[in-house]
Design a protein around this ligand. Structure first.
Ligand code: NAP
Length: 280
């Protein structure tokens, strides 16, 4: 049976480390979270982020704006937060009610306050291997591997999904750690063939039951990023957990795997932003 990678316990450890550093700082890090509209899932995420900040001693501010908020108003708010010394990180909860605004909004966030790591400057820094903010979900996955002594160097990592927030940055982070990387997506014929060759399999698609036990190589590391709902409304991933756990060396559960680590890495990035701004 596979070793279960305990994302919840590791997230608590990471937040503990951030909290210890913050408690020794004279000027506290500050995070502004902007929520537009009343999407219930987004509200849950924002509440979680505020709780994490409180736990770590990070100052947080929430801006809950109506779905009718214009792009101009949103850009003005970001402009104001960009100029404030007490705010180190700015996070706009996605998706926006008008997804067509997202590009311009993300571009407006100062790259040194872009704790989500979605600004093209930070994406470029990831591509070229320069320091910058790394997106929280794939950064959390890398931290999990490190914590469990799994070195990606020379291993074949297969990433399922190519989104800007998970799949692509995950592939780049694995490459930076000298894995041999394959990225699969909706147009990949015979997904199973690639999965079966993976030493490290990261699934970030959003389809329950996509990865079956026969797609997992004996001894592989299986990371399930997805957060889906099964027929009974329970949270689950892309991977058939029971079947995969019989073959994998390590596996992440859903819930309790990548999700808590994503939240913890936001705290790490906010602390990093505060340090960048000279707070100590
Ligand atoms: P997304 O933007 O919808 O991207 C999904 C990706 O999966 C796309 O690249 C898509 O390919 C690919 N795909 C779709 N059907 C496929 C198939 N049958 N075979 C292979 N690839 C397929 O989603 P996302 O934002 O990256 O999120 C992915 C999953 O991770 C979701 O379940 C989301 O809830 C979860 N998530 C979890 C966390 C966390 O903290 N745990 C954070 C973020 C996201 P194309 O590009 O060709 O369309």
């Amino acid at each position: 049976m596979a070793i279960v990678i305990d994302g919840k316990a590791l997230a608590a450890k990471v937040k503990g480390e951030v909290g210890a550093e913050v408690s020794a700082m004279t000027a506290k890090p500050g995070l502004a979270v902007i929520l537009v509209g009343d999407d219930p899932a987004s509200r849950v995420y924002v509440n979680g982020k505020k709780r994490d900040c409180a736990e770590c001693g990070i100052y947080s501010e929430e801006y809950a704006l109506s779905a009718e908020t214009s792009r101009r108003e949103l850009l003005d708010l970001i402009g104001e937060l960009n100029g404030r010394a007490d705010i180190d990180g700015i996070l706009v909860q996605l998706p926006l009610p008008r997804p067509e605004d997202e590009r311009e909004v993300l571009l407006a966030i100062r790259p040194d306050k872009d704790v989500d790591g979605f600004h093209p400057e930070n994406v470029g820094r990831l591509v070229t291997g320069e320091p910058g903010f790394r997106p929280c979900t794939p950064a959390g996955v890398m931290r999990m591997l490190d914590e469990y002594g799994i070195d990606p160097e020379g291993r074949h990592c297969v990433v399922l999904g190519r989104s800007n927030i998970v799949g692509k940055p995950q592939a780049l982070m694995m490459l930076a750690r000298s894995a041999t990387v394959t990225v699969c997506h909706s147009r990949t014929p015979d997904l199973a063939r690639y999965c079966r060759e993976a030493d490290i399999l990261v699934s970030a698609v959003g389809r329950t039951g996509l990865v079956t036990g026969d797609m997992v190589k004996e001894g592989a590391v299986v990371i399930d990023v997805a957060m889906n709902r099964d027929a009974d409304g329970r949270l689950c991933g892309d991977v058939d957990y029971e079947a995969a756990a019989r073959k994998a060396s390590h596996i992440t559960p859903v819930p309790g795997g990548v999700g808590p680590m994503t939240r913890a890495m936001l705290m790490v990035n906010t602390l990093q932003a505060a340090r960048l701004h000279g707070k100590n």
